[in-house]
Design a protein around this ligand. Sequence first.
Ligand SMILES: *Cc1c(COP(=O)(O)O)cnc(C)c1O
Length: 370
Amino acid sequence: MVWVEVNLSAIAANVRKVKGLLPPGTALMAVVKANGYGAGATSVARTAIRSGAVYLGVFRAEEGLELRQAGIQAPILVFRPLCPDETAVVLGNSLIPTIDSMEAASSLAQAASQRGRMVPIHVKVDTGMGRFGVRPEEALPFLQSLRGLPNLQIEGIYTHLGTAFYRDAQGRRQLTLFQWVLDSLAQEGLIPPLRHAANSSTLLAYPDSHLDLVRVGNLIYGICPFPGCFKACPLWEGGTCTLQYTWQMKARIVSLKRVPQGTRVGYGGRFVTKRNCLIATIPVGTADGFGLEPAGEGLRALAKVIARTLGLFRHSVTFRGKRLAVAGRIGLQASALDVTDFPEVKVGEEVVLEARRTAVGQHIPRVYLE
Ligand SMILES: *Cc1c(COP(=O)(O)O)cnc(C)c1O
């Protein structure tokens, strides 16, 4: 009744497109956290690896475990700095942990030497995101101390930018700080083989951020990270964005009925029919991510929020290219549509809807188009 169609050849095309923007020495990591941004982590991972990605990125160790259980063998970096209770999963599944504390590093080194294994790690530097990572000035002493631990191989060092949308000063400041860290490490001969800083927006906005590896989520899913594409974007060709759509949520109409003028529809009763209406119901609501799509940023987003609050903006779905307005509030798992002007709408017909991808639960089937 409700499902998501994921176009794997579009994902493959997006991976190749992004790869084409990178210098030959830069590798591509496909970020498949949050169940592959809602598209299904294992299918996206396989497609991305076939299309030129050599690395995978997840947030939690269990997400990496899921990929291993599906038989995926590519290197997998776990972004969330290692928690002690994840050590066994990381070691048992050859995941690559992010390290930003000596405690985590020592317990990992101990577990690794017990097993007689070398473990690759990536060190995270906080250049201004304010979440994970060692501070820039701590990076050099931190790497020096790590060298004193057995069985750890410092394979990578990275940072993450909080903003790169408009090539703003903050983004540039973060990259400059990271470069300063890399220079100070180089002076001590301590440069790890994989230096990385760029996610989707950073790699588009700052070509000098590509380094050895880029971590790409949004772009491979066909999502432009810029609110309102900006003209200097290297993916902008011939007046359009060359990324392909990869994802479409659909639902079937499960009931249809005529209601007289003056009928209240949906929670809160704010929607009252102004005439005799034909109301169709779809079995999808906010619990499935419907109606939660991000408003974006800037003035347009503000206008949207105000319009929604005042009841001026109505959500809608698409039926054979036509817009059907939602009647009343979107429920948790069901929503009504006003289809009075569309007599061709029948029970069982499918509609296309917008949803916040990462809020679409795993219970909703993903249908893969090759
Ligand atoms: C999510 C994430 C990415 C990918 O970001 P996109 O903007 O989707 O490309 C890259 N790096 C880290 C550390 C992340 O958490």
